[in-house]
Ligand binder design. Structure first.
Ligand SMILES: Nc1nc2c(ncn2[C@@H]2O[C@H](COP(=O)(O)OP(=O)(O)OP(=O)(O)O)[C@@H](O)[C@H]2O)c(=O)[nH]1
Ligand SMILES: [Mg+2]
Length: 403
């Protein structure tokens, strides 16, 4: 069977001679496609600078989840600057821990200069894609040394966003002094990317100041991030599910278009397995787009292959028919799978898997690991699959019309 560019079988090719896939085959195909999907997303490289205690780690954790700097494997880049390649994520973090302007700042800058010139010869994927320069609003001062540091970053052609941290708000109103401070910084005319962003990364129970401005900061970051790192940013951040959903919708649409091609000449029922490589690619890409951890790919592949081979209780061969029976018109005895049914089936698989991923995202790390390793994934998938309203009703209409 030929494989198309998208990773599915080529329409019209090899039909009639397709053998079924065994579960181990599906599983290893799955693992491979997951690895490809994770690799394709790449890494979003972020440099975070600001005086010690300004809230660098706190902000990064709020935006990207979990204890990024703590869990990451740090590699000192230069004195005071550590590069964390965070396992299980799509984030490369340069953290200027304990940063002070002055001599320590000069050392960091020197290291950064070397780093940037080294990266200039590397592909854009490896560059620093964004810089957050953090200023604590309550300092109410933006010293000359800070201005010089930002200017030096800009001279390195790094895209810099100035971020005011730990800003209290009340009923959505920013503390007026913080607003004024932001205006002051903006008035300096530095060539930063847009105006200073006002944030608070932690709920302050004492003053009742809520988390604030993270979405603004993310939006500003999207404006400067090069295209090569955009997907990684979408996968890595944890505050904007809508962005992930949009990417996922596009992935499903692409897979459906492919399925229509596969089913253009209706697929004999016995060759239903023709649909599977395309579906594996699709759900691997969906998983990656949500930013689910690559290190769990083994468990995910197992879960995914059980889903696609028709549930844990099946014999373990690809039994597309077990899912087709939930697609109206999909299991008409003796009939072939039409382009419409192929697309609807693919869409329903994609939607149900997205729901599974979103469910997993909502769990804490430990629960999530248990979920992937359990038989619950297939169970839950089937529940979502059967509920899929859009495909059901539209298909019922089509099928009854035809009949
Ligand atoms: N309320 C509130 N507290 C914050 C915020 N950001 C940081 N903090 C608190 O400020 C302290 C320092 O924050 P960190 O995130 O560790 O600061 P840092 O910039 O990483 O500091 P270094 O790693 O030492 O350079 C911690 O106790 C945080 O809980 C914020 O946005 N809101
Ligand atoms: Mg820190």
């Amino acid at each position: 069977m030929g494989l198309g560019a998208y990773g599915g079988p080529v329409a019209g090719e090899g039909k009639g001679e397709v053998s079924d896939f065994s579960r181990p085959q599906v599983e290893s195909m799955f693992e491979q496609r997951l690895a490809e999907a994770f690799a394709a997303l790449g890494i979003f490289n972020l440099l975070v600078v600001g005086k010690t205690g300004v809230g660098k780690s706190t902000l990064v954790n709020a935006m990207f989840g979990s204890e990024v700097a703590k869990t990451g494997i740090g590699e000192p880049v230069t004195k005071g600057l550590t590069h964390y390649l965070v396992p299980d994520s799509f984030l490369g973090l340069y953290d200027a821990e304990g940063f002070e302007t002055g001599i320590a700042g000069d050392a960091i800058l020197e290291g950064l200069r070397a780093l940037v010139s080294h990266y200039a010869a590397q592909p854009a994927e490896q560059h620093i894609h964004a810089v957050w320069y953090l200023v604590r609003w309550s300092d109410r001062r933006f010293e000359q040394a800070q201005v010089s540091f930002v200017q030096a970053l800009l001279e390195l052609r790094l895209p810099v966003i100035v971020v005011l941290t730990q800003v209290p708000t009340k009923d959505g109103q920013v503390h007026p002094d913080a607003r004024q401070f932001a205006d002051f910084i903006d008035g300096l005319g530095l060539a930063t990317a847009g105006p200073a962003v006002i944030t608070n990364a932690l709920d302050d129970e004492f003053s009742n100041a809520p988390v604030y401005g993270l979405q603004d900061l993310l939006n500003s970051t999207y404006e400067i991030v090069p295209q090569v790192a955009e997907s990684a940013l979408t996968a890595a951040q944890v505050i904007d599910l809508g962005r992930k959903k949009k990417v996922v919708a596009a992935i499903i649409k692409q897979a459906c278009t492919f399925a229509i091609g596969v089913g253009a000449t209706p697929i004999p029922f016995a060759d239903a397995a023709l649909l599977i490589p395309n579906q594996i690619t699709m759900i691997a890409r969906i998983t990656a787009a949500y930013g689910l951890p690559p290190s769990r790919s083994r468990a995910m592949s197992m879960a995914g292959s059980i889903v696609l081979t028709g549930g844990a209780t099946m014999a373990g061969r690809y039994a597309v028919t077990s899912l087709l029976k939930f697609i109206p018109g999909g299991a008409i005895a003796g009939s072939a799978i039409s382009a419409t049914v192929a697309a609807s089936m693919t869409k329903a698989v994609g939607m149900a898997w997205s729901q599974v991923c979103e469910l997993a995202l909502g769990l804490d790390e430990k629960q999530r690991d248990q979920f992937w390793a359990s038989g619950k994934v297939a169970e839950q998938f089937l529940v979502f699959f059967k509920q899929n309203p859009g495909t059901r009703t539209s298909l019922i209409r089509r099928v009854t019309k035809r009949a």
